[in-house]
Design a protein around this ligand. Structure first.
Ligand SMILES: NC(=O)c1ccc[n+]([C@@H]2O[C@H](COP(=O)([O-])OP(=O)(O)OC[C@H]3O[C@@H](n4cnc5c(N)ncnc54)[C@H](OP(=O)(O)O)[C@@H]3O)[C@@H](O)[C@H]2O)c1
Length: 281
């Protein structure tokens, strides 16, 4: 790959749009080196107004042909159709990144005319505030220089891990869907505060900062969360009473089960989607 990095985001919806906003804010590329596509003109206009970059409704081939790195950000069942649409303009010196949950890389690779570096990444929605959690894997064509580019792209909008593809469903269940669980926790903290008489505004500020600060403390102290929890739990104090209540309702067990069930669901969806695509090929 030569020349400056140029990025095409095909299907700039919730995730593609968040990534677009994040990479522009982080300055990975400027608005002249990023193109996005949507299905509808209405959405393309809204993104153009918001980010000032080129956004084409249905212009996947034009966008893919001009970029050095192409992000497939449509819903998973649409990804194979988009690959079929753009495969004639793809070149081996480009990089293809799929964000689709529950869609094996092999499904994408099988539809390509020519082998090329393919990455399967699972970002999460906080990429929009440059605090995403992103895990990715890559195919055999991906060389170290391709890894560097993809790594740089995602590092600009969050924390990056690499995993084997077989673990991508677990990633989807933990960090891909994870923001939804944390939003529920924040929502419940706010409701608890409001129930006990705090104003909504004060409860919201305290709840969001408690989650943000605790996560930062875990990272910076590099201590196990159980040790940090013990440190704030005074014998006979208020915290242990609340912890007992949380344990009685099975908080940790519930979260472990949620991630286990979501992983299983992602695996089943992945199998079903691959099977359906094989039958229709
Ligand atoms: N949302 C998350 O938190 C999250 C997390 C991790 C991974 N992902 C992955 O990210 C992908 C997108 O999910 P999402 O939640 O962002 O979905 P979404 O909000 O529905 O976005 C999909 C976008 O694709 C566009 N689109 C549909 N068909 C198209 C086509 N043929 N050509 C170009 N654009 C087309 C749609 O355009 P219009 O708006 O004009 O209809 C829409 O903007 C999925 O594969 C998902 O697994 C999402």
């Amino acid at each position: 790959m030569s020349g400056p990095l140029s990025i095409a985001i095909l299907g700039a919806g919730n995730m593609g749009g968040a990534l677009l906003g994040g990479i522009l804010k982080a300055g990975v590329v400027d608005k002249d080196h990023v193109l996005a596509t949507t299905r509808t003109e209405e959405h393309a206009n809204a993104l153009r107004d918001r980010y000032g970059c080129t956004v084409l409704a249905g212009g996947n081939c034009i966008a893919a042909g001009q970029a050095s790195l192409i992000v497939l950000a449509t819903k998973p069942p649409v990804v194979p159709k988009v690959v079929d649409e753009i495969r004639d303009v793809l070149r081996p010196d480009q990089i293809l990144v799929t964000l689709a949950a529950a869609l094996p890389m092999a499904v994408v690779e099988k539809r390509l005319r020519t082998p090329m570096p393919v990455f399967r990444a699972m970002p999460n929605i906080p990429v929009v505030v440059e605090e995403g959690a992103i895990a990715y894997c890559a195919n055999a064509q991906a060389r170290p220089e391709h890894h560097l580019i993809v790594d740089r792209l995602f590092r600009s909008v969050g924390v990056v891990c690499t995993v084997e593809e077989e673990l991508m469903d677990a990633v989807t269940a933990l960090s891909g869907s994870g923001p939804a669980y944390v939003y529920m926790v924040i929502e419940a903290f706010i409701a608890g505060g409001v129930k006990m008489g705090l104003s909504r505004e004060v409860a919201t500020r305290l709840a969001e900062q408690t989650v943000l600060g605790s996560a930062k403390h875990v990272r910076q102290s590099m201590l196990h969360p159980a040790i940090l929890r013990d440190e704030v739990t005074t014998p006979g104090g208020t915290t242990i009473v609340a912890i007992h209540e949380l344990e009685r309702h099975g908080l940790r067990s519930m979260l472990i089960s949620a991630i286990e069930t979501a992983t299983r669901h992602a695996k089943e969806r992945s199998r079903a989607l691959a099977q359906r695509l094989d039958q229709s090929a």
